[in-house]
Design a protein around this ligand. Structure first.
Ligand code: PLP
Length: 354
């Protein structure tokens, strides 16, 4: 008999755009993409040779893998090119989990971890922190995994919800303290090359996944990568689709890695927005979660104060709904990539100052 799937429905933070249709919001800060694209990447894929569209190309492009390996100080055969951060998460579960595997997830965190954990019918436990700024301390994470005998832990760093990042030494402490647990660190939201990837040279229980969708502005091309310890490369060789990514995605990824100006500009835009939001909150009941190091900051206010997402919505500014995306009852996530738009949100927040 047909049995309905228990896998949760996929609800995206904001509706995906449809070709030719304008965005329904006047100011949309609920997105999770860069607001700009690398001109170098754009030039590289403009007017492609016919063969690039006609032929199959090796997704495990040696030039791209070498560039990525050099960026993170690992060996190129530890790097696999995949079709975005989402594919990295999926492959982590394909390789390291099966029905009944005890998986640990933080709450709040990237909601799709739960989705992929469900797909392979794992036994999921959550470490929840509902108190602003929703931080999970390293020692709490370690205790949660040890007490629950978790076989696998998946976390995002920077956090998809708050933007807070675990330092490389914090990741090392987790990995070192939990040698029996596979630790998957999703660095899709990182705005620089700083990464715990180098630890895969020394620890067999760590996998890193990263994306070209955010910092590198290639979300529409679907490309990302994973870094795994040498011990596991054979498994990934077997699991990853031999036609995983497109030729244009590989070319654009190669180009954007060389576009230092674009990368610097993205970092500067984000830093400017972050400073504006932090400054706007001073003297108001609104707060942004500290330590954000990605495109997003989480804005929050206690009970008794108008929820920031309602306040901003009254001015036509949409932010990612904390409840829908992360199970956080108040507040939401603001995309920081475009300071011109963030300025409008900052003005609204500032106007509440008594
Ligand atoms: C933490 C995290 N992981 C993975 C992804 C998915 O990235 P991609 O677009 O490369 O599949 C996102 C994007 O929203 C994210 O924030």
């Amino acid at each position: 008999m047909f049995k309905a799937s228990s896998v949760p429905l996929v609800t995206l933070p904001t509706a995906l755009r449809e070709f030719g249709k304008p965005s329904e919001y006047s100011v949309d800060l609920g997105k999770c993409e860069n607001c700009a694209v690398s001109t170098l990447a754009l030039e590289t894929i403009r007017n492609p040779e016919a063969g690039l569209l006609r032929d199959h190309w090796n997704p495990q492009d040696s030039v791209l893998r070498q560039k990525l390996a050099a960026l993170h100080g690992v060996e190129s055969d530890q790097v696999f090119v995949v079709s975005g951060g989402m594919a990295g998460i999926k492959y982590a579960f394909d390789v390291f989990a099966q029905s009944g595997t005890k998986v640990g997830i933080l709450q709040p965190d990237f909601p799709f971890f739960r989705y992929y954990a469900h797909r392979v019918k794992t036994d999921i436990a959550e470490l929840r922190n509902s108190v602003f700024p929703f931080k999970h301390e390293v020692e709490d994470i370690i205790r949660f995994v040890q007490d629950g005998g978790r076989d696998m832990l998946i976390i995002s760093s920077p956090s998809a919800a708050t933007g807070a990042r675990k330092s490389v030494s914090e990741v090392e402490e987790i990995v070192k303290s939990l040698p029996e647990t596979m630790i998957v660190v999703d660095e899709a939201d990182a705005l620089d090359a700083e990464s715990a990837a180098e630890l895969t040279l020394r620890y067999d229980n760590l996998m890193i996944l990263r994306s070209f969708s955010k910092f590198y502005g290639l979300a529409g091309l679907r490309i990302g990568y994973i870094v795994v310890p040498a011990k596991h490369t054979e498994h990934f060789d077997r699991m990853i689709d031999i036609l995983e990514v497109t030729s244009l995605a590989v070319l654009a990824a190669r180009a954007v890695l060389d576009d230092a100006n674009y990368q610097k500009e993205t970092q500067e835009r984000t830093a400017k927005s972050r400073a504006m939001m932090e400054e706007a909150c001073i003297g108001t009941p609104y707060q942004v979660a500290p330590g954000t190091s990605c495109f997003a900051c989480y804005i929050w206010a206690p009970e008794g104060v108008e929820d920031p997402r309602d306040l901003l919505a009254r001015y036509g500014i949409h932010i990612a709904d904390g409840q829908k995306c992360f199970g956080i009852s108040r507040g939401g996530r603001i995309n920081l990539s475009n300071p011109d738009e963030v300025l409008l949100a900052a003005k609204v927040i500032k106007s509440t100052k008594k």
